[in-house]
Design a protein around this ligand. Sequence first.
Ligand code: E4P
Length: 217
Amino acid sequence: MQFFLDTANLAEMRAAKAWGLLDGVTTNPTLMAREGGDWRAVMQAICREVEGPVSLEAVGDTADELIAMGLDLVRNGPNVVVKIPMTPEGLKAVRVLRSKGVDTNVTLVFSPMQALLAAKAGASFISPFVGRLDGLSQDGMQLVADIMAILRNYAGMGMDARVIVASVRHPRHVAEAALMGAHVATVPFSVLRQMFDHPLTTAGLETFNKDWAALNG
Ligand code: E4P
């Protein structure tokens, strides 16, 4: 499984990279706004920092607007993936961008049908938002299971989209995604950090350190 960081913060990317856990990055307008500053410069710095795919989100109501912004976004680095909203106009844009060799990540996916449409349109990545569904008392991980089953049914038949489990709220989301064979989980830095922890690791380490100190007088 690949780990992407769901952030526009360079310090977080550097920390994940030092652990060898940075396979890519996803951003969105909210995450970009949180960083502030000159968004073009921030995007270019992210693309330089990250070796893998960097999702930058196109904003617009029509396919033409999304295509134009997508073609502008890819100028920020060789590893840009254009994030496109899951709308009829968005899928038109996916098709055109694919024909121009631009990778896309269809975002705001909340149903298996939306995922199937995005895969058929030629999306490189599909992002089901599990945490936001859980927040509505629906089952975000069931959505991922359904999407994985659909993609497996048609493997080798022209749909090569990879699934990015997004809107991740806790390590259990990541564990379940890995068990389902999801290709990627994009995680906030706080969740990545939580993934290291277990109370028995902390307690065990404390005892070992204490006993080692006693052994050494
Ligand atoms: C994914 O690419 C999105 O940026 C992200 O996971 C959105 O998650 P949120 O529900 O935490 O905003």
